[in-house]
Design a binder for this molecule. Structure first.
Ligand SMILES: *[C@@H]1O[C@H](CO)[C@@H](O)[C@H](O)[C@H]1NC(C)=O
Length: 597
């Protein structure tokens, strides 16, 4: 880097907000001349009386100095009043609120972003290691009680899973709020298929715009200009690893690129409260559920929510819940019983009953919660619903003479190619909560006579819910868009399941997605595959129906999480016809986790 590192930090008192602010603080890193820079917010009173404080930390790319009001003005206008201040930043805790409740708030710029110099390599092991060092540094500060908690949404939840697996000294608990825990399976490659659309939008709007050294940030009101000065584009390019490029180039989890982003959630032992959004069917759901299932924390809690990804984190009741959990683990003030076994139910479920509309905070509040002692729920009755060759979805097994149903490959949202299978109207109220797996007998063939080797087929599956009039019941997606009950994906060349793996379950097929697992398809050969559908919960009332949809690409309700990259879904491998086969020993079914009916 051409520009010499400077050490500047400033502090001041904000009497109106009762806080003491230190800005541009450099946290030294081992084996590196480059610090991680942060802002530290402390209650003025505690600063004056020198009383030690527990700290809440975040570490991420969106700019410690970019005000929420500039980052996303319309969202900022909608979040709860008590969570709005001039120091608020996107997806992170509001310092003014938390200082008032006796916490220090430490907001770090991740390496390569904002004021933290060095190589930008988001979601990598290296960056998690720097976050780990930052946590240990904070825990050792003279003003610190030695206890650090992590709290944040989305990106700031993803960083929590990764760093907690490194067990930093001083880390006392985490609240990963709607954030993936598995870079490959939750975020970049759904069932092996590249989820490129969101990653590209995200990268261009809010990642690359805050790279360390980027000129003009202050002028654009996107934080401050870089302390050491601007860097030319050639230099910045050398200084970054680009997710929009790397995810196209790399396909398998054993490639160094993905392997370097992998960690074991089993290595997490700190108390955790994982918050999963049932409408986050492209990003903010699976990782929270599986992270909860496989973390080895003695005290762990899973909470389901509904609604947009930006708002619920700041709802008054949810903030009180965060405070209750943090007070218990960081201040030994356990009002609810989080630190005792059997006091707080480990799982809190929100029951999606009836049609409350989507993107409506008011009506979503009317949904009832229920507590459970485990996930998945022990009393689940796994029940098969069979697909039939006349588009029904029924509990009775279906057999017929050999026949296949056909649809074109390579569907898109604009040109959808799909088959839909309908249940009869339900006679009793039926709750489906847990993990769904779809078992399908599939094949590919060419639409033309050209021979292409190797073949492949992408399966996109969707569960939809219809009311008594046949209208679809839609739920709130990540940005307030309408989404169906849930979705799942599988690239059939990666169909191999490691059924002897410790994480494998009959309701949750485990796949490594290693290069050696790839088995291309032979044209016209029939393959039996198990498609993992993301975890879900829905209550079907009498008269309502379910649809199970199989398609060759994204369909309605995909929102931002589209899979459209032309290199990843190369027509030379995928073009042609896709088939589902029925016959004497050809079962096609979905296995539903039924809680009551
Ligand atoms: C932090 O660094 C930025 C960039 O050099 C500078 O504009 C700002 O004045 C510094 N300090 C404070 C208190 O903002």
């Amino acid at each position: 880097m051409p520009n010499k590192i400077r050490d500047i930090s400033e502090s001041w008192e904000d009497v109106d907000n009762d806080i003491f602010i230190e800005k541009n603080v450099s946290i030294p890193m081992k084996d590196s001349a480059y610090p991680i820079r942060c802002n530290i917010y402390r209650p003025l009173e505690a600063k004056k009386s020198d009383s030690p404080l527990p700290a809440i930390m975040t570490y991420g790319p969106y700019g410690k100095d970019i005000p929420y009001s500039k980052f996303n003005p319309s969202s900022f206008a909608e979040i709860h009043q008590s969570q709005r201040s001039r120091y608020s930043a996107w997806e992170t805790p509001n310092p003014v609120f938390w200082c008032r409740h006796g916490y220090a708030v430490v907001r770090c710029d991740e390496r390569g972003f904002g004021q933290s110099p060095g190589y930008l390599d988001s979601m990598s092991a290296d960056t998690a290691d720097l976050f780990c060092q930052a946590i240990e540094w904070v825990a050792q500060q003279p003003w610190s009680t030695d206890k650090v908690g992590l709290l944040g949404v989305s990106y700031f939840a993803g960083t929590q899973w990764r760093v907690a697996a490194r067990a930093p000294r001083g880390l006392a608990c985490i609240i990963p709020w709607e954030g993936m825990s598995d870079y490959y399976r939750d975020r970049c490659r759904h069932g092996g298929i590249l989820s490129d659309h969101f990653i590209r939008l995200w990268w261009q709007r809010q990642v690359i715009t805050n790279q360390y050294g980027l000129p003009g940030r202050a002028a654009r009101q996107w934080g401050d200009d870089t302390i050491e000065g601007d860097l030319p584009e050639a230099e910045r390019q050398k200084n970054r690893c680009d997710q929009t490029v790397d995810n196209v180039l790399h396909h398998f989890r054993d490639e160094p690129y993905y392997a370097s982003r992998d960690f074991r959630v089993e290595d997490i032992h700190v108390p955790l409260l994982s918050v999963a959004n049932l409408g986050g069917i492209g990003l903010h759901l699976r990782g929270n559920v599986l992270g909860y299932m496989f973390a080895e924390s003695k005290f762990k809690y899973l909470r389901f929510i509904v609604g947009r990804h930006d708002l619920p984190f700041y709802y008054e009741a949810e903030v009180e819940l965060q405070r209750s959990f943090l007070d218990a683990w960081l201040k030994n003030e356990d009002r609810a019983g989080w630190t005792e076994h059997g006091k707080v139910a480990p799982v809190s479920l929100v029951l999606r009953t009836g049609n409350v509309g989507y993107n409506d905070e008011e009506t979503e509040r009317s949904l009832v919660r229920r507590e459970e002692m485990e996930w998945p729920i022990a009393r689940t009755k796994y029940t098969r619903y069979y697909l039939t060759s006349d588009n029904r979805l029924q509990p009775e097994r279906f057999e017929c003479d050999s026949v296949r149903m056909t649809y074109p490959a390579l569907g898109t949202v604009e040109a959808q190619h799909k088959l839909q299978f309908f249940t009869s109207p339900f006679e009793t109220e039926t709750e489906i909560t847990g993990h769904i797996v779809a078992h399908l007998c599939v094949s590919v063939s060419s639409a033309t006579e050209t021979e292409v080797v190797p073949w492949d087929m992408d399966l996109f599956v969707t569960m939809r819910h219809l009311d008594a009039t046949g209208a679809e019941i839609l739920y709130t997606g990540t940005v307030g868009d309408p989404v169906p009950v849930v979705k799942g994906w599988l690239r059939c060349s990666l169909r191999k399941v490691q059924s002897d793996h410790s994480r494998h379950r009959h309701y949750l097929p485990y796949r490594e997605y290693f290069s050696a697992d790839e088995e291309p398809m032979v044209a016209d050969a029939i393959y039996e595959v198990d498609v993992e559908v993301w975890p879900t919960s829905v209550v079907v009332t009498p008269g309502h129906r379910l649809i199970f949809e199989v398609s060759s690409g994204d369909t309605d309700g995909t929102g931002l999480f589209r899979h459209v990259d032309q290199t990843d879904r190369d027509p030379r491998r995928f073009a042609g016809l896709n088939h589902i086969h029925f016959g004497k020993d050809r079962d096609n079914y979905i296995q539903l986790p039924i809680i009551r009916n």
